[in-house]
Design a protein around this ligand. Structure first.
Ligand code: PBG
Length: 324
């Protein structure tokens, strides 16, 4: 079909035509809302680089979980800021760690929202790297042991799903084994499978107080120019027992999301990370972009590329718009 027989504009003529032939839709059902929990009581500290996001103590976190549930969002993703950090990330796996306490409280007060726990050590190590150091290098296999303990401890606290994000080799298999041995064979793993060493995590590191104190994360997170390697990483995670796979960040990696959707038949999550959120907020605050429209366009692009699940700091704002 060619012009003048085919005129694509015919079906763009008005809102009803556009609505009728729209190929992709956002749904509140696919959203995950990340939240930051910190020690203390009655703390609700704004995160400067992420307007509308806070470090919250457990009492406020519970309220936020309730609100999120009431908006119809099915899941939250929790990040913890411990009172003390050390070499061995002990705050990650103690029974009374910040995440363990937060999960217990939420599951007690708001049982009908899924609580997903980020499973990484960077918030708990005093050097800010995602594992145990051997000299100046993150040692893969000793880190796996700590991740296994942390996974079981999060499961015991009542987490509905764990989300390993440290990009250690073999982490999914190790965590799967540990969970199975502890009797949690029905607890799913959402694997940050293709996670890139991205500058878009900048605002998050302020939020989670998890910036590396020296060096960078390039020896464990993926090199941004690579695409085939993402497929190898995801293949490993699928073979190791991932239930949901993830590409992170989202917008600068839509091609990877698309490839992952084509090549794998597991549910695919995309993480619309802090920098993607903050860029839009900053431009909107300057009056340079329409914040709401840019947000909606970004998220629909992530969905169109192939993501089934979108983890986003915009979750509540989108849910509000979708409910109108
Ligand atoms: C690591 C982790 C990071 C994010 C989620 N999990 C940061 C990092 O790898 O440095 C980033 C999320 C975001 O930027 O929104 N535990």
């Amino acid at each position: 079909m060619q012009y003048p027989d085919y005129r694509p504009r015919r079906l763009r003529k008005n809102a009803n035509f556009r609505r009728m032939i729209r190929e992709t839709r956002l749904s509140v059902d696919n959203l995950v809302y990340p939240l930051f929990v910190t020690f203390g009581k009655d703390v609700k500290k704004p995160i400067a680089s992420m307007p509308g996001n806070f470090q919250m103590s457990v009492n406020y976190l519970v309220k936020e979980a309730q609100k999120t549930r009431d908006m119809g969002i099915p899941a939250i993703l929790l990040f913890g800021i411990p009172e003390k950090k050390d070499e061995t990330a002990s705050g990650a796996f103690t029974k009374d760690g910040i995440i363990q306490r937060a999960v217990r409280e939420i599951k007690d007060k708001v049982p009908d929202i899924l609580v997903i726990t980020d499973l990484c050590l960077c918030e708990y190590t005093n050097h800010g790297h995602c594992g145990i150091l051997e000299g100046n290098e993150v040692d893969n296999d000793s880190t796996l042991e700590v991740l296994a303990d942390t996974a079981v401890s999060q499961a015991k606290a009542g987490a509905d799903m764990v989300a390993p994000s440290g990009m250690m080799d073999g982490q999914v298999a190790t965590i799967r084994d540990a969970l199975d041995d502890a009797g949690y064979e029905t607890l799913p793993i959402m694997a940050y499978s293709a996670k890139y060493a991205s500058s878009f995590y900048g605002p998050f590191r302020e939020a989670a107080e998890s910036a590396p104190q020296f060096g960078d994360r390039k020896s464990y997170q993926m090199d941004p120019p690579n695409s085939d390697e993402a497929i190898r990483e995801i293949t490993l995670d699928v073979e190791e027992g991932a239930d949901i796979i993830m590409v992170k960040p989202a917008l600068p990696y839509l091609d990877i999301i698309h490839r992952a959707k084509e090549e794998f038949d597991l549910p695919l999550a995309a993480y619309n990370v802090s920098g993607e959120f903050s860029m839009i907020k900053a431009a909107a605050n300057l009056g340079w972009l329409d914040g709401e429209k840019t947000m909606m366009e970004s998220l629909i692009s992530i969905k169109r590329a192939g993501a089934d699940i979108i983890i986003t700091y915009f979750a509540q704002e989108v849910a509000d718009i979708l409910a109108k």
